[in-house]
Design a protein. Sequence first.
Lengths: 718, 651
Amino acid sequence: MADKEATVYIVDLGRSMGEKRHGRTITDLDWAMQYVWDKITNTVIRGRKTDLAGFIALRTDDTMNDYQEDDSFSNISVLSGLKQILTPDIRKLQEAIKPSRTYKGDAISALVLAIQMITAQCKKLKYKREIVLVTNGTGLINSEGLDQIKEKIEEDNITLKIVGPDFDDPESGVKEEDKDERKAQNETLLRDFIATLPENGIFGTLESAISELDIPRIKEVKHMASFKGFLSLGNAGEYETAIRIPVERYAKTMVAKPPTASSYVLRSGNEPGEGVDPATAQAPVEWESLVTIRTSRTYQVADESAPGGKADVEREELAKGYEYGRTVVPITEMDENITTLTTFAGMEIIGFVANDKYARYLQMGNVNILIASKGNQKGSLALSSFIHALFEAESYAVARLVTKESKPPMPVLLAPCLESDFEGLLEIQLPFAEDLRAYQFPPLDKVVTVSGKIVTEHRNLPNDALQDAMSQYVDSMELDLKDDDGDIIDEVPIDYSYSPLLHRLQSAVRWRAINPNGAIAEPSATLTKFSHPDEELVKKSQAELEGLIAAADVKKVLPKAKGRKRTRETEKPLSGLDVDALLNLEPKRAKISAENAIPEFKQLLSRADTVDSIRDAVKQMVHIIEEQIKYSLGDSNYQRVVEGLGTIREELVEYEEPAIYNDLLPTLKEKMLSGRLDGDRMELWWLIRKGKLGLIDQNESESSFVSEEEATKFLAAV
Amino acid sequence: MADDSNTHEEELFEEEEVDETNFRAVKDAVLFAIDISSSMLTPRPSNNPKKPGEESPASAALKCAYHLMQQRIISNPKDMMGVLLYGTRLSKSYDADEESGADLSHPHCYLFTDLNIPLAQDVKDLRALAENDEEFHKILQPSDEPVSMANVLFCANQIFTSRASNFLSRRLFIVTDNDNPHANNEQLRKASAVRARDLYDLGVTIELFPISRPDQEFDTSKYYYDIIYKAEPCDGEAPVYLQRESKSSAQGDGIELLNSLLSSINSRSVAKRSLFSKIPLEIGPNLKVSVNGYLLLKRQQPARSCYVWLGGETPEIAQGTTALLADDTAHTVEKSETRKAYKFGGGQVYFTPDELTVLRDFGEPVIRIIGFKSLDSLPIWANVKHPTFIYPTEEDYIGSTRVFSALQQKLLKDNKLALVWFIPRKKAVPVLGAMIAGDEQIDENGIQKLPPGMWIIPLPFADDVRKNPPGADFTPAPEPLIDAMKEVLGQLQLPKGVYDPVKYPNPSLQWHYRILQAIALDEDLPEQPDDKTIPKYRQIDKRAGEYVLKWSAELDAHSEKLFGGSAAPSSTLVKRGPRASTDSDQPAKRVKVEIGASDVDGEIKKNMEKGTLSKLTVAILKEFLTSHGRSAAGKKADLIERVEQYFEEKS
């Protein structure tokens, strides 16, 4: 964890802060507060009790501080002492932060107060101390005693940031024309003062401070070793030639999780009537009206005598167990760890592999880094020789890692990591046999025909022109990446690409905390920087892209073409035998049989030449389905029914006859729900809903007269 | 604390393979149909003098089925499997009256294992059958009259229809050495072609595992081309891809036959399920092709434990349901009533459901190339999770395959990668990915090991990269020491210099299911796990031992020179005989705890022998345990017990 923090904000509320300048639509104060709130909410969202903030308002109408008897401390109000800032504090501050009616109040006196606050709170303890002063510099500033202040700031190691709107800043090119004379004087005074604090002071213009808010801040995580043990080669227990090097393991990459939302429910009494009215679900809610939710888990087993066929059982009555196929294997408490493989912690080298033969895409999971155990120079030397040897031999090691006793072993790859001031071993997770799924795909550089012939010219294979155009395009789109400082980066961009969801959610939460009714903003440009190719690059490679598009000759499949019944060609076996002709010879296939319903239904359709014959086939099929429902003991036939109904639907979409389906479904639904198909078939309807087998709407089939809305409504209604 | 498995559950949630557009259950059913003819039952001796033994094709097929059944229980616990023998003298299928009164008798078809999620007993029976146990002797008898293939196919049809209704994937594995079952009967041949068409229309894929006879090569075109349809009916445009199966059906040799059959069946054991389908791959503005995505790499974990109710006749799983309760009134809350809010400053920050959707919305699914870079620009550590495999489909854009192929070949040839902005599905969070081309890899049996295509490796964001840990001051090793270590490395290359995952089954996963199987079948528990990840210690000693000693001497010398007497008194080399541990020996490790001139191991052993372990400090006990890979958690008594256990195991 990072250090404790104590930050005091001094914000100028003087009358002049309420003015809008240089064509801006907001006042200096509102503008300054964007910066201040961002800093504050950034602290609050971390939710740490050890992050303290205090708040001093400068040039207020009243005076409210420990030295208020002293005239030089007038028109300064301490709005909040150093404490952890919570939402109510933010609300209180928001109330208080308004431009005053006065021009009086000395910034340097406020600075003295801030230093006092920090000293009183932090004493000599380990804190990160900071003072942020935001002023437009139009007030009267008394430069007396600046020497002592400088000494104190350096002694306590306080960081002092002074930021103001339209402060001149040669670096960012901000220069205010017709600057007020007093402001110019004050700016010079403050800038010179900061210049005497090379280690502790920062002076800047508000413009650049605000533009920097866009750069996401990365949370640093404390290093925690996930394994401390030995990297070993050979078995030390049995052989004298075994090597054991003490190492520690730390995370190198670990996905930073976006903030997660918790579930709440509206405080009872606030709920208007039953259920949730869509209108209120969208209305903003004050957080005070939300109640936390807890969960309770109950267990049930099948019991035919119980209502609903299920009986509750107590958690205490249950044993632990596993499934082996369909067999349930209970495990007694005594045998609890019986299925756990006995292992002992360690990192044992299995062998070495050549890095030029290594398949980079067979890596799983996050990466860790191993370093030699601290305080063991010899071990460190030994590890160093191992790291360098791997590097020089262009090899990686494969090892078996068990992080703790009884944890499952894991195969890992060890790769050397040599940096100017760091040496370590990168540890990468490798797959086991079971982790690799053997899905097969045809080759991409040749086509194998049915007869086993290898073809190299085919519409699915690129011809020379396409290969050539692709090659030129790829070369023209070579990325020259530069970092924020304009330096060229050889690696893929990692250091300056930021987790979009994490930062978007965080800034939305912080923004909403300050602006409860504000609309949420688009993701910042920094987050979506890599969502599209660079415009310059696109322009540069325009000619190559056009060449590629021409050579590729890619055509979009029109939605309508997708709906057409597939061509007959694909329904022939590999030999091309005309099975349809054989089917026509089977007279009994005119009537769909229950036991071979789906194939016979499809075949009947493929032979249908009129809409009436399609209608007739569907009618037969629906009859079979109704029988299946009727004779279904509980849910025994439900999957078959869903399959049958789904097949009818699929085929009718393809034959562009959605109306037939849209006519039959309401009748079937009515029969099901009214109990006319022998009993309660609610669960079946639920399955049909889940399978999205509702009415065919216009999106799915152009010839449908049912709108999407109607279809949704029909499916939802019971 | 970092835990390697902590993201598991979330990933499951994120990456469940779903077919959003289909009403069918994403499940797979495999029915083995094994031909039991006299030629299939004739054992074939092994030609390899090193591996004597004989194997009949039928027995090889049954062993494969048994092997697959065990494997699928682990890898696809929700999927079904069955075994149908045909051409048998006996017949057994569903009773005629079981299904709606139709006549379902299928002569010479013997349904040995009904299509279902296997029971432990099914596994046991299949094993017994494969090992030709007496009990099942009468089943493996060929019938005198030939079986009608139409009947076999219809029998399979009925099994699929009733047992695997609404499954997305239904596959019939036919294992036979008869390439022309109805050579002399045109009628039966035609009838079977019709029944095959029924299966096709039902959505059943036939996969043939042909076995050549010693005197005759299996000719698929004689009969089976009338039975088998294109492999992927959903993608009619895709070119036919035939396995190199003719090669795999080894002639003559029984053992070779078993191996090639196993390899061939393994390669098709999993039903191909896509992670996403028809996502545009945007090669440049105005140039899109469509691709499907697959998860070819995923950590397989044992299924989670469940609660079992033992009050009934057989153990039964208790189904748990979670109810949500409001904290103030303890009233039940419906999911639709809940609101999401973020904790902030002691309170909550609330967004409407619509706003939450907007916040997570970064656009439609896409794989958008934003440029190309050399493969070297991808550091090996730039990894946070498994990659996604993509392969072209012609479904949305005609010409996708050839364009994809051109890109893949170009990237392969020039060792380049494409940087992509990747949103795999609706509402998914974008990642920046490195898309790299993968070449097809074939194993010794001609079976594809890795498919050709492209892999998208999600890159870590700046937020996901940790700084290097603050290490001790390190001293880069001097050249002679590095050279000595290089000698060691040189002796211990893995075969062909590569890590082949197939050679390393997950020992804890296998052990978990091995034990469950033994308990379920009431068998003796196995004693030793088969753990291929344990290094071959003897070989390491034999091959590299002498070089290790040289390196060690070098290390001692340099250490002495560099650090002198101030060096931590620790050697990294273990100089101990198996049983001859004495105080004078160098300790294996000593980091912080220093106990006079002696070492931890020696100290512990001494006290162990005297029975005075309890006099030692907790720190020493912990250090000893940790250095032997044992847990050092718990009270002193627990630690002592574990130390005693350690010595018990050793003796």
